[in-house]
Design a protein around this ligand. Sequence first.
Ligand code: ADP
Ligand code: ASP
Ligand code: MG
Length: 438
Amino acid sequence: MKVLKFGGTSIGSPHRMKNVLKIINDEKDIIVVLSAISGTTDELINIAGLLYRGNKKEASMKADILGKGYLKLIPEIYDTNKYRKEAESVINTHIDYLRSFTLKEFSKKQEKTILAQGELMSTALFFLMAKEHEMDPSLLPALNFMRIDKDGEPDMFYIRENLDRELKNVQGLGPVITQGYICRNAYGDIDNLKRGGSDFTATIIGSVLTADEIQIWTDINGLHNNDPRYIDHTEVIRELSFDEAAELAYFGAKILHPSSVVPARSANIPVRLKNSMHPEDEGTIISSAYSSSGYKAIAAKDGITAIKIKSDRMLLAYGFLRKIFDIFELYKTAIDMITTSEVAVSLTIDDNTRIKPIIDDLKNLGTVEFESNQTIICIVGDFIAEDTGTTVEIFNALSKIPLRMISYGGSKHNISLLTNSSNKKDALNALHEHLFKK
Ligand code: ADP
Ligand code: ASP
Ligand code: MG
């Protein structure tokens, strides 16, 4: 059994949707995970924002425009009037539902329900398309089995039990289609796996069902050695280990959701990254089988806040770090990088929703400084910790870039550097020139 996930651009037009149908037509025993059609989630976020600010008229207008965009696609997606009518009714139902939020009080909690409409629409349209092509598909509602716990982590036990049950009830012999990204939370409310979360859905499903392979189909021939949005002439990497891929995803390679490699690595299921516009290209394979030495890829993660805690009392004091970590644990905020000196600790976080109470509590331990708009640049490869050449090459490359923190030796796959976000593009370019263009 395989899990095939298609991202928003892969189903971004009738032509592309038909391409996806062709790709899955050659497969047997598959679960197809779909994102929302590209641009939809952004639009839904806009609509939720307008509702939240009480701008009901504009929210309703935006919902209309979104609906009209979908209705325009329908004649091209389907060959027969029967399916065109069914699809129109699906879209009208979802758009009416979106509009219904303008008639009542809007709370932040409802935002997630609005965001879920993107994946619900794309899968409904695709299901009808597969039906029209007599593929005997089934539509599996992700909200019936996908769930996160109180910490926002996938509840694997619940997911396994409920997905098994849902699959037992499947009648069709063809592809099983389900929504990426959307889920329920520990309270049963509609929630999601954060932006780009359909990748995560695919690896969670692949992992609980012990799939033979998880395929992430997107708009590029696999994972590149640098961010193609900022750097020209990046190259595809054909093979990566789980550890390397996990680091790259976590540290900003947008092609994969930050947590998406974790379930695949735990269950040892290979992940293949493929281009839906060029299915003939072999793409990238991520597995436990592969290891090599040297630099593999560079990624960057924005939106980082650096925090420095200075304290004379820290000098030779054990227990100081524990006190710091306790504060971050209390506010459920993960630390990405950390460096220490005799009198100070510097660390970074990417989620600053609870920054205020964190800083207030840290002030009890010493003087606290913090700065946002930081970027972690992460160089991933298979480094040997004692290898003298690695660090020299990296620092030579970055001789003109001000670095704020350096983390090396935590894992043999990753060297992380912190710099102001304004230096990001220069840093990525300089590293690319030095490390890959020899
Ligand atoms: P999808 O909609 O299919 O989920 P995404 O936009 O989330 O697609 O991810 C694919 C995009 O990720 C590519 O178009 C590319 O611009 C971007 N990207 C960033 N870093 C990398 C990288 N290292 N390798 C490949 N693509 C990358
Ligand atoms: N539709 C969601 C997003 O745009 C999830 C995804 O694309 O993976 O973030
Ligand atoms: Mg994505």
